[in-house]
Ligand binder design. Structure first.
Ligand SMILES: Cc1ncc(COP(=O)(O)O)c(C=O)c1O
Length: 395
C-alpha cells in the first residue's frame, strides 16, 4: 500500500538528521560541541514543575476542552496585554500540541490545493512542508543579509496575487536570530490592508530579544489586526520543549474552524500540563525565570558575536532575537554543506547548514547558542583554529 500522494515530499528533518550523525560521532569517542538543536540547555523552572505535580495530584487528569481551560486562555491574554500591549479575549485562544501543531492546524485549516502561501526564505522548515502537504503553491520572500534580514516590501508586493491566502512571518527569526522592525511591519500592513488574506505570525521567540529591541506583533497594526493569527508556545522562553504546549490566538471570525479542526486532531491537551503552563505565565514575574535565562543567552550572544567578527573568514550581523546566529561563511569558499561537514569532521563543532532553511541560507551556518558558555568558549577556540587553517589553505 502506498502512502497518500500529498506526503510525497515528506522527508526527515535535516536538523534531526544532523543530530543523529552527532550521536554516531560521539559514540566513536569524539567530543562534539553541538550548536544544532533549538533547545534551551536550561531545565524547566522549578515553580512550573511544582505546579505540574500539584495539578497531577489534584485531579487534573481528565480531558480538557479542545482549546484548554478558561484560566489557561486568560493567562495567555494577560501575557499578551502585559508584554505585547495587545488585548485579546480568551475566546480567541486555542491550546495546541506545541507551536509545531499550531502551525499544522493553522495552515491545514485554511489552505486549499492551488492557494498561494508566501513564506520567508530562509525559514524554519515546517511551514514549507505543511503547505506542501496542503497542496498549496509555496512562494518565498527573501530575507537577505544586505537588507539586514528585513522584508523587501517591493518584492513582497510582487509576490502577492489574488490567489495569496496566507503570508507567514517569523520574528524573531529561526534560523537568523533577526527581528523585523516596526517600520518594516508597518510597510507590510500597508501592502495587505485591503487584501483578503491571512498573516500567520510565529512569535515563539518573542520573549528572547536583546539590546532593547522589541518583537512587535503584526496584530499591533490596525491594517493587520483582523487578519493576523498568532502562533506562540512555551518551548523556548520557558525551557519547556518536552512539554509540548503552544497556542494560537485568532481573530474571532476564524475561531470556529480552528477549534473544530484541532478537536478532531488532538482532542485537547494534557490538562495537568495546561495547569502548569497557566502558572508559568501568571507567576513568572515572581521568579524572573525567563529573564534569568534571557540574560544568560544575551551574555553568550555578545561573546559569540564578538568572536565571530574577529575572524577572517566568518562574520555575522548583530542578532537581536531568539538564540541563533546566522554566520556568514562565504569567505571560506565552501558551500554551507561543505563547510559544516568540514568543521565537524576536523574541529568537532556541529552547526546546521544554512541551505537546509532555504536557498537564501546558502553561504551561512546556523549556530544555536542554547548551549553552555563553557562549550561556547571551547567551540570558539576551535573556530579560531579553523579560521587559521583556512588562511593556510589559501582561502
Ligand atoms: C520558528 C519556530 N516555530 C515553531 C517551532 C516549534 O516549537 P514547539 O513545537 O516546540 O513549540 C520552532 C522550534 O524550533 C521554531 O523555531
Amino acid at each position: 500500500m502506498k502512502k497518500a500522494d500529498r506526503l510525497n515530499k515528506l522527508e526527515m528533518s535535516k536538523i534531526r538528521m544532523t543530530s543523529k550523525l552527532m550521536d554516531q560521532l560521539e559514540a566513536e569517542g569524539r567530543d562534539i560541541i553541538r550548536f544544532t538543536y533549538g533547545e534551551p540547555n536550561f531545565d524547566t523552572p522549578k515553580y512550573i514543575k511544582d505546579a505540574c505535580a500539584d495539578a497531577l495530584y489534584n485531579g487534573h487528569t481528565k480531558y480538557s476542552d479542545y482549546n484548554g481551560p478558561i484560566h489557561f486562555r486568560q493567562a495567555v491574554c494577560d501575557k499578551y496585554e502585559r508584554e505585547n500591549g495587545l488585548k485579546f479575549s480568551p475566546d480567541q485562544v486555542i491550546s495546541t500540541h506545541g507551536s509545531a501543531q499550531a502551525a499544522y492546524l493553522v495552515l491545514t485549516t485554511f489552505l486549499n490545493p492551488g492557494d498561494e502561501i508566501i513564506i520567508p526564505n530562509p525559514m524554519y522548515n515546517i511551514y514549507r512542508i505543511i503547505a506542501e502537504i496542503c497542496g498549496a503553491a509555496v512562494k518565498e520572500y527573501k530575507l537577505k543579509e544586505e537588507n539586514e534580514f528585513q522584508i523587501d516590501l517591493k518584492e513582497m508586493e510582487r509576490l502577492i496575487t489574488d490567489k495569496t491566502k496566507m503570508i507567514v512571518i517569523c520574528s524573531p527569526s529561526n534560523p537568523i536570530g533577526s527581528v523585523l522592525t516596526e517600520e518594516n511591519l508597518r510597510g507590510l500592513g500597508e501592502l495587505v490592508k485591503d487584501k483578503d488574506l491571512l498573516i500567520c505570525s510565529d512569535e515563539i521567540y518573542d520573549r528572547l530579544v536583546y539590546d532593547g529591541v522589541e518583537a512587535v506583533s503584526p496584530a499591533k497594526f490596525d491594517t493587520m489586526r483582523d487578519k493576523t493569527i498568532i502562533i506562540n508556545g512555551f518551548s523556548k522562553a520557558f525551557a519547556m520543549t518536552g512539554w509540548r504546549i503552544g497556542y494560537v490566538i485568532t481573530p474571532s471570525e476564524f475561531f470556529e474552524p480552528l477549534y473544530l479542526h484541532t478537536g478532531h486532531q488532538v482532542s485537547g491537551m494534557a490538562d495537568f500540563i495546561l495547569e502548569a503552563c497557566t502558572v508559568a505565565l501568571n507567576d513568572e514575574h515572581k521568579y524572573g525565570a525567563v529573564e534569568a535565562m534571557r540574560s544568560e543567552f544575551d551574555e553568550r550572544r555578545r561573546y559569540i558575536y564578538r568572536e565571530i567578527n574577529s575572524m577572517k573568514h566568518f562574520s555575522c550581523l548583530n542578532p537581536t532575537g531568539a538564540f541563533y546566529i546566522f554566520m556568514n561563511i562565504r569567505k571560506t569558499g565552501m558551500t554551507s554543506d561543505e563547510f559544516c561537514d568540514w568543521l565537524v569532521k576536523n574541529y568537532d563543532v556541529a552547526m546546521i547548514t544554512g541551505s537546509c532553511f532555504g536557498t537564501e541560507g546558502e553561504g551561512f551556518a546556523r549556530i544555536s547558542y542554547a548551549s553552555s558558555i563553557e562549550n561556547i568558549k571551547k567551540a570558539m577556540a576551535r573556530l579560531h583554529e579553523a579560521d587559521k587553517k583556512l588562511t593556510e589553505m589559501g582561502r
